[in-house]
Design a protein around this ligand. Structure first.
Ligand code: IPE
Ligand code: IPE
Ligand code: MG
Length: 243
């Protein structure tokens, strides 16, 4: 389907999406929560592709937080199954990534992920590593605090080994030890579903991010909503502490 893509004067380089509201979307329809996650996964693909077509170079989608393990076991299992299905749809997904030259990168803790999922993640990252036009980060088993803790540990190890002195620890160095090292920080973070919080999303990277909130539930999120975000972004006056 040919989409009408508007032109924008200023585009964010990086957009973060907190994909929230799947459960409520399903409940409203008398469905299981997992049906909402399934629909949400389709929205992720549709919105990711549209953002790439508009010219967004970096996107981060929050798929599963370090706190989401607290959900009922059946829901966690359904989510893990969904992630595997997405990654397994090999040829279709590879073609999709190829057309738009999209590189997939998973950010988050890997230690406690199911082994079969981890293998699929590594495979998808390896296969798409050759693309450099668009970077799609999927935050899975991700927590902003866990990410910073991980960076602190890595840096401490280097200090302990004598590779680094304490004076050399700068903001830039810390930034080089977080999962999105080398990428621009998100210019704008989008949270649908009527919640006004970050829920441990991109804690380090969001220091100067703009926010965009809406009552739309993630499965209902459309390309038109992306246009609204981009239009709104034109009007933001980002000062970064200046005047
Ligand atoms: C977000 O939707 C998806 C994940 C956290 C995995 P929710 O499942 O949180 O949906 P609500 O907030 O209950 O509606
Ligand atoms: C944030 O949504 C995590 C993801 C979207 C993956 P939650 O639904 O888990 O956040 P809270 O619990 O409402 O803060
Ligand atoms: Mg939620």
């Amino acid at each position: 389907m040919e989409k009408n893509i508007p032109k924008f004067d200023v585009l964010p380089q990086h957009i973060g999406f907190i994909m929230d509201g799947n459960g409520r979307w399903a409940k409203m329809r008398g469905l299981e929560r997992s049906a909402g996650h399934k629909e949400g996964a389709m929205t992720f693909r549709r919105i990711g592709e549209y953002c790439a077509d508009v010219g967004i170079k970096y996107m981060t989608f929050y798929a599963f937080s370090t706190e989401n393990w607290n959900r009922p076991k059946s829901e966690v299992l359904a989510l893990m199954k969904l992630f595997k299905e997405y990654l397994k749809e090999g040829d279709e997904r590879i073609a999709e990534n190829d057309i738009r030259q999209m590189r997939l990168k998973f950010i988050g803790e890997r230690d406690n992920l199911p082994k079969d999922l981890l293998r699929l993640i590594e495979k998808a990252e390896k296969e798409s590593a050759k693309y450099d036009k668009v970077t799609v980060n999927i935050a899975l088993n991700y927590g902003g605090r866990a990410e910073i803790t991980h960076a602190v540990k890595e840096i401490s190890e280097k200090v302990k080994a004598g590779e680094l002195s304490v004076d050399e620890i700068t903001e830039e160095l810390v930034g080089n030890h977080i999962y999105t090292a080398g990428q621009p920080d998100p210019d704008i973070i989008v949270r649908p579903s009527g919640e006004y919080r970050l829920s441990n999303f991109m804690t380090w990277q969001s220091a100067y991010s703009e926010f965009w909130y809406s009552d739309i539930l993630w499965p209902d999120f459309t390309e038109e909503d992306v246009n609204k975000i981009l239009e709104d972004y034109q009007k933001r006056n980002r000062r970064f502490g200046g005047v």
